[in-house]
Design a protein around this ligand. Structure first.
Ligand code: FRU
Length: 491
């Protein structure tokens, strides 16, 4: 038994988390109370508030046995920290801990959390391996109890041919008839992931229903963090393939992809029609969605990924953050993403420049900063490329370059101040006509989120650049005519 109790975590964060001033955090993105965050968990609306739990190690800015951190918000921009919700302190999870999972409301008004419980177990060959099962915790939005029946799902509940070492990340929801459903990912005999569906009448007793989709080694290897939800008349299976080889729009390493298709609820058959990459940038992983009370499907994600978590400021007291939550829609068979409309209500001072001709690198009066909502529209025209630099000073910048002939948008943080051995550049194709391009850019200190052409493509990146680098410049090879509109954010 480890000594990682909930009381210890709560006492630690109450002292060290509370000592971090709001100025040391992003203005409208959620960060861990103190220490390390990876995946957002349990994103849900409960008792009049959005709840956001997250993979959490309060004691250090690196991954270690997992706790669940907890925060609430009414507008998805301002977050209030609540005490740590789960610690790796029960027989089912007192090893690597309480891995990712989700939340829903039960009939009696209680909040049900379902998560992957991980322990290290000696194998017949003497080797220690992590065993993954699914457990539940029930609470009131503040305190949670783990029932004695945990774990509620083990490898024994899966059909033959799935591994007990990789079976994780339950995403739970209620069906119209009140029954509970959960989708998890699991590793099949062919060494690749699958998404499995389970159901329960009461949230305690679960049975296997079907395998919704298999990777067949086509989209990465193991999958992580699944989600399964209806959207604009379609059904979406969103998940994170690990160790993907670059192919078409999919980049190497960890991706988030969405299968868009249809779902026959009577036979539990998911039929995929399209598959797409969810973000063409660098730091984006572990998505999770929830339904807002007004019917919007809202997605959050870890604004980071596993390949470059060592690139952190010296002496930082927290590391990791979520994206600004995004509204999802389907248009022409693809998912579009836009920042939650709550952000519009935070718009402050507006700076506007209309139809400016841009050639050599130039700045525009009043357009600058590291916390802002900026929209740049490039008119169709004869320019050969257009470049926007953000978080810029003499030594630093992160650039976005658009090539109207290839329709390629390239994000490049080579000069952001990062270490050499991380990914610095990624490109994605933007569908546009005659070089017309619209970029909405959310800046929040160390993060940049780009929404191209009303969210048809997004590119997300974390930059390790001093806050004093707050310049924004525009340049074109040829002549580009642009309009720039920037809002300060009143937060
Ligand atoms: C994804 C992930 C999950 C797992 C969690 C552990 O980033 O690897 O599959 O539950 O992180 O912290």
């Amino acid at each position: 038994m480890n000594d990682l109790t909930l009381q210890k975590a709560r006492a630690y964060e109450a002292e060290h988390g509370a000592a971090i001033s709001p100025a040391e955090r992003p203005a409208y993105h959620l960060t861990p109370y103190v220490g390390w965050m990876n995946d957002p968990n349990g994103f849900s609306y409960y008792k009049g508030q959005y709840h956001q739990f997250y993979q959490y190690n309060p004691y250090d800015v690196r991954w270690a046995p997992m706790h669940w951190g907890h925060a609430v918000s009414t507008d998805l921009l301002h977050w209030e920290y609540l005490p740590c919700a789960l610690a790796p302190d029960s027989p089912a999870d007192n090893g690597p801990g309480c891995f990712s999972g989700s939340a829903t409301q039960m009939d009696d008004g209680k909040q049900l959390l379902m998560y992957t419980s991980v322990v290290a177990e000696k194998q017949p060959n003497g080797e220690m391996r992590d065993i993954q099962t699914q457990s539940i915790a029930i609470g009131d939005g503040l305190n949670y109890e783990k029932p004695a029946c945990n774990p509620v799902l083990t490898q024994k509940d899966l059909p033959e041919g799935f591994s007990k070492f990789d079976f994780r990340d339950p995403k739970i929801w209620r069906e119209a008839d009140g029954t509970y459903s959960v989708v998890t990912v699991c590793l099949a005999e062919d060494g690749s992931g699958a998404a499995a569906l389970f159901q329960s009448a009461d949230g305690f007793d679960w049975h296997f229903v079907t395998v919704l989709e298999r990777c067949n080694n086509q989209y990465g290897k193991m999958w992580e963090c699944p989600d399964f939800f209806p959207l604009d008349g379609k059904q979406v299976l969103m998940l994170g393939p690990m160790e993907m080889l670059p192919k078409g729009e999919f980049h190497n390493g960890h991706n988030v992809i969405a299968f868009i298709g249809s779902y026959d609820q009577a036979t539990h058959t998911f039929t995929k029609e399209n598959v797409q990459l969810m973000d063409g940038g660098i730091d984006f992983y572990a998505t999770q969605t929830t339904l807002a009370p007004d019917g919007r499907r809202i997605m959050t994600a870890w604004l980071q990924t596993w390949s470059d978590t060592e690139d952190k400021p010296k002496g930082c007291k927290w590391f990791g953050q979520t994206i600004c939550p995004r509204e999802l829609h389907i248009k022409d068979g693809r998912i579009f993403q836009t920042p939650v409309r709550e952000l519009d209500a935070a718009h402050g001072k507006r700076t506007f420049h209309e139809n400016v001709t841009v050639q050599s690198e130039t700045s525009l009066e009043g357009i600058k900063g590291r916390v802002a909502d900026l929209t740049v529209t490039v008119q169709p025209g004869e320019y050969r490329s257009f470049t926007l630099k953000l978080a810029a000073d003499a030594d630093h910048h992160t650039s976005l370059t658009y090539d109207p002939h290839t329709s390629e948008l390239t994000l490049d943080r080579s000069y952001a101040g990062s270490r050499a051995d991380i990914v610095h550049r990624r490109s994605c194709k933007v569908r546009s006509q005659n070089g017309a391009l619209k970029l909405r850019i959310l800046l929040d200190k160390n993060s940049i989120e780009v929404f191209a052409n009303d969210g048809e493509q997004t590119m997300t990146v974390w930059i390790y650049t001093p806050q004093s680098a707050d310049g924004i410049t525009f340049a074109a090879d040829g002549k580009a005519t642009i309009t720039a509109e920037q809002f300060e954010l009143n937060l």
